[in-house]
Design a protein around this ligand. Structure first.
Ligand SMILES: O=C(O)COP(=O)(O)O
Ligand SMILES: [Mg+2]
Length: 226
């Protein structure tokens, strides 16, 4: 069965897929913990909490630190004040910029479907000068639902002009949230193996995996021929 003949829409996850943002998330979290006289958490720990969006992140932090759960709302507000434009420690993964350029030049409509809130999403896309590549950006606070619910990815596909019920499209992500979301749409899922997932690759349903963005344009072509 042909998945996509004409250049198909490709939707990307952001944290752990296009960008290594865990160092900025880590710094913003620890600044808030410091204000509360709570010991800092390691980068590895915080990275393992990323993927489900800000509320999930802070639910995990509250559980890990024993902070009074009633404080979570205020801590999220304090965190967002730092995180909304946090780009200083964030990097594009090697080759991601070039791969996006190749795919855009080939005519693939590109989109973003992330659980990261819209403020920091736009800040980081602007910071790296890649915002204009994406025809649609669905962020963690764009809809009432977040990944793994299929609604955000369906909205992103619709925004790129794809019929989400017969999606000749691809989703590129890194985590359990992305794999489950893609399966729920359903849409073929390509997984970046150097991202923030917790489980072994084999346990996440995916069409193909890649550890180097220079391979992605060929993987996309392979999908078109499949
Ligand atoms: O911010 C998060 O928790 C996850 O963001 P992502 O969906 O871009 O991986
Ligand atoms: Mg991710």
């Amino acid at each position: 069965m042909t998945v996509c003949m004409a250049p198909c829409p490709i939707v990307f996850d952001l944290d752990g897929t296009l960008i290594d943002s865990a160092p900025d998330i880590h710094a913003s979290v620890n600044a808030v913990l410091l204000q509360q006289d709570v010991a800092p958490l390691s980068l590895d720990r915080i990275r393992s909490f990323v993927g489900g969006g800000v509320e999930v992140l802070w639910t995990k932090i509250v559980a890990a630190t024993g902070i009074e759960p009633g404080l979570q709302r205020d801590l999220i507000a304090a965190f967002m004040a730092r995180y909304h434009d946090a780009t200083r420690l964030t990097r594009l993964f090697p080759g991601a910029f070039e791969a996006l350029g190749v795919l855009a030049d080939r005519g693939h409509p590109l989109g973003i479907c992330t659980n990261k809130p819209l403020g920091p999403t736009v800040a980081v896309l602007d910071h790296f000068g890649i915002r204009q590549l994406f025809g649609i950006v669905i962020a963690g606070d764009s809809l009432p639902q977040k990944k793994p619910d299929p609604a955000p990815l369906r909205a992103a596909l619709q925004g790129l002009g794809a019929d989400p019920d017969t999606p000749k499209a691809l989703y590129v992500g890194d985590s359990e949230f992305d794999a489950a979301c893609a399966a729920a749409v359903p849409v073929p899922f390509l997984i970046y193996s150097r991202g923030y997932r917790l489980k072994p690759l084999e346990q996440l349903p995916h069409r193909a995996a890649f550890d180097d963005f220079s391979i992605l344009p060929r993987l996309v072509e392979d999908e078109a021929m499949a």
